[in-house]
Design a protein around this ligand. Structure first.
Ligand code: GLC
Length: 493
């Protein structure tokens, strides 16, 4: 099958949140299964620092009265072609923000539609979040191109219709009051990134005012759990961490704990219970709960707390102030760092994720893979990935609480802190967490099923044949020419 992923992020080229991880890893897996998957994203000003990009555009087009040029590169460490929409609006060294954000990404979506109509025509366009939400609307005039719309974040719904009418053309048949609503109505299939969240968004608590619409279209709505790149996130081989380890050499984690304590200026004490948090510092992530209990938690225990991430100024300031009160016990790093993030997963004992809502959540899966025990609120994808620790039956992979209340989080953290002191049971818990399969293997098959259904194909024919597997595994390094299905030849440069 020929599938074009369109998104604002694709790790490692551009990553702000978990969506970047998904768009940067799922295409690789689908490609290794024999499908022609390519990515279309903006040509951000910082990209030339990260990757080699064709000097000449492969195609040029016009959208919303603006000319743009499309350049080509490949996703690092793979043969996935990546097309980059170049236009001065994307020259700044940032992904989101700015006064022109609504215009910028609507233009990007229009550019992607033009690209699919005129240069490489896929069978399916797989759109991600509101930035690409107008594509399913426009593709209604091209029934031979199907669309899937994946919701990673329902809270951001894109420009309202009146603004869309001002900045571009809304076709007469467009339904929905904002970009997200329009995408949900027009896409052939809608999915979100975990089964539990797919149910929750049909209710007022989680629907962000779209619950009525999402219930109405529930026949075409599914939940497919995200995976993680288990090759890259592997504590046995990770180059960023002080000492590699496996479930059988968990004692090596001690070295990583001491190393992270030294690196971040915490008291060096391999016995202390170290809690980590890596992520966007936004309301979704439950930071208000953390701020309400952290003081008490640090004063009643010997625990240490490490926080890495950027986000809302309010949370950044509060957490920073808290860290200055607990010197040597709390470290706050208000930045994004891949290496430091991995060292936290490898050295911390527990990982905090008390989310208000969580479509899937990636960090808790990475944490478990590194033997760092998640402490999570039971919501969305956290329900589907973390099972509450049951010491009596030696079951479970983390600590969970239900209600979004400080007391519930506090109790849960205390239980984890206490559990940590029962060394054997804790080791067993770590081994169970590390033994989970968070690879893309299962979910990629679910996506193949979804795409196959849309195209009226038998999905079994779309899965790699075992006897072909060695051939599929061999790397293909050539740049991919437009497929034979393209009904128009690319314009000359
Ligand atoms: C968003 C969601 C997160 C999800 C990610 C990837 O960042 O908040 O829960 O895991 O997208 O789908």
């Amino acid at each position: 099958m020929e599938i074009l992923f369109v998104a604002a992020e694709a790790a490692p080229l551009a990553k702000v949140g978990g969506m970047g991880d998904v768009v940067g890893s799922l295409p690789k897996v689908l490609r290794s299964m024999g499908h022609d998957v390519r990515i279309f994203m903006p040509y951000y000003g910082f990209l030339p620092d990260k990757v080699d990009i064709s000097a000449e555009p492969v195609w040029q087009g016009t959208a919303m009265f603006n000319d743009f040029a499309v350049y080509e590169t490949t996703l690092p460490g793979s043969d996935v072609p990546v097309y980059l929409l170049g236009h001065p609006a994307f020259d700044p060294r940032k992904v989101y923000g700015g006064d022109d954000e609504a215009w910028r990404f609507t233009f990007f979506a229009n550019g992607a539609a033009e690209f699919a109509w005129n240069y490489w025509k896929p069978q399916i366009i797989h759109c991600h979040d509101w930035h690409t939400g107008m594509i399913p609307v426009w593709m209604q005039q091209s029934p031979d191109i199907r669309t899937v719309f994946t919701i990673h974040n329902l809270a951001y719904q894109g420009p309202w219709r009146w603004e869309l009418e001002r900045i571009t053309w809304c076709p007469w048949y467009m339904q929905g009051n904002n970009t997200m609503a329009a995408a949900v109505q027009s896409a052939d299939r809608v999915n979100t990134v975990s089964p539990t969240y797919a149910q929750q968004i049909k209710t007022p608590d989680y629907g962000e005012d779209l619950e009525g619409l999402l219930s109405f279209i529930s026949g075409k709505l599914t939940g497919i759990l995200n995976g993680i790149d288990v090759e890259s996130y592997d504590p046995a081989t990770d180059k960023y961490i002080a000492k590699n380890f496996t479930p059988d050499s968990l004692e090596n984690r001690r070295v990583n704990k001491v190393a992270i304590q030294e690196e971040l200026g915490l008291e060096v004490n391999s016995k202390a219970f170290v809690v980590g948090l890596v992520g966007r510092l936004v309301e979704q992530k439950g930071l208000d709960l953390i701020l309400q209990i952290l003081d008490r938690f640090l004063s009643y225990t010997d625990a240490q707390f490490i926080l890495l991430g950027t986000g809302d100024r309010y949370y950044e300031t509060q957490l920073w102030q808290m860290a200055s009160r607990y010197r040597g016990r709390m470290a706050t790093y208000l930045l994004y760092s891949e290496g430091l993030g991995r060292r936290i997963y490898a050295g911390a004992d527990a990982f905090l994720m008390p989310s208000r809502f969580e479509p899937c959540g990636i960090s808790q899966m990475i944490a478990m893979r590194y033997g760092c025990i998640p402490v999570v609120r039971r919501t969305g994808g956290l329900v589907d990935t973390v099972q509450h620790h049951d010491p009596e039956h030696q079951a479970g992979t983390g600590y969970c609480f239900d209600r979004y209340e400080p007391l519930d989080l506090f109790t849960c953290l205390i239980r984890a802190w206490e559990g940590y002191h029962f060394k054997d049971a804790w080791r067993a818990l770590q081994r169970r967490a590390m033994g989970q399969d968070f690879s893309w293997d299962k979910s990629a098959v679910d996506y193949v099923k979804l795409y196959s259904e849309m195209l009226g194909l038998d999905y079994r024919d779309q899965l790699p044949k075992p006897e072909l597997a060695p051939a599929l595994a061999s790397p293909v390094t050539q740049a991919s020419p437009p497929s034979s299905r393209s009904n128009q030849s690319p314009p000359s440069k």
